[in-house]
Design a protein around this ligand. Sequence first.
Ligand SMILES: [Zn+2]
Length: 440
Amino acid sequence: MQVATKLQAAASSVVLLALAAAAAAAQVTAIRAGRLVDPETGTVAANQVILIEGGKFTAVGPNVAVPRDAQVIDLSQLTVLPGLVDAHNHLAITYKEEPESNVYYLTYVLDPTPVRAIQAASNGMQMLNAGFTIVRDMGNAGNYADAALRIAIEQGWIPGPTIINSGIIIGGMGGQFWPTPEMAVDHKIVYPEYLDADTPDEIVKAVRQNELFGAKVIKICVDCKPWGYTVDEIKLVIAEAAKAGLKVEGHVQTLDGARRAIEAGIWSIAHDVGLNDEMHKLMAQKGIWRAGTETPITLTGHTTQARYERTVSLLKNAYDNKVPLTYSTDADYYVPGRTRGEVAIEFLETWKAAKIPTADILRAMTTNGYKVSQTENTRGPIKPGLAADCIAVAGNPLENIDVLRDVRFVMKDGMVFKQNGVMTPAAFFHGGPVNGWRIR
Ligand SMILES: [Zn+2]
């Protein structure tokens, strides 16, 4: 080694040591928030200080002292609020006009699970960039690409929202497909997009298989076929899932299916097509979550005018009946020119059309999202002891919900993912597990 190089090496190790010392000292991050929104109460507080240490909030308030060595993030010109939740998305599938004419059965045939897993990683970052810090991923993920995504994020390999994933959708024979006998019986094409479970033994085993391979919620087809599940069969799914602490979401598309799912005491109902005023009253009585997946008319080709009008009036009816509402999209397609996050936030249009008060739209996107995801005591609210996830926007979302379309800042687990409107996710990438390898 030449002298000059040695000197350079010595100098750079001094710099590295200084950086390391700074990193060790700057364990505390302080956010100066111009305004802080509490969606639960629908209130705003001015000039708040939020302290973060070890990936968690440690203090919040107007008179919190900022430690001398804290890294200060100045959001004094912005409004800080908790992260958003999409209670029903499919990050590991993206059907599109070319080449499959938006028929997802073909996407499943064309795209192998490894490709879908990598696409899911990208979709996850797109969601996080739009302010969604939690996504419930409700199946159609090939051979557990959803679990792979969740594990990769939890291990610390890549940035992404907290994923509450369902594994493979469990249903009666065929799932949501209508395959030929050759493809279904000879080639078992339904699996792994759906897990056939027609008898009580098969139902129990299907739930256990999903749990073994990383599901954090169970998703069933209540009535994808005329031979959908009975009340007792749904109760069996709920009881088996409960042993592992998991809740059950039902894909429901008929009035009869909705009635059975509600009677069985399901945790959440996906889609609004099987719902009506009577079902809404029953759901409100039983406290069943509604993930209505209300496609806006502005996403051309993904709903019809008649269907949209029905969706808007059903959402309004659910709100009037005090059904517990979540913000959910069922986004599983490509809209040219838009990220998955931009597609998801577009669903605000339906909520505005249903004239849901702004504070309640925000509540559906935050507080209720944490509850349906069962994270409300660990992640979501900006409170000491909880995971440090938050976002910031330029205006006040309680006055104008559309400010959520331009998220300027995103923090996940105490790390800055987006600042000044630009993604800066370097801190998230690790060569190996940084949160222990026992994450499954
Ligand atoms: Zn769906």
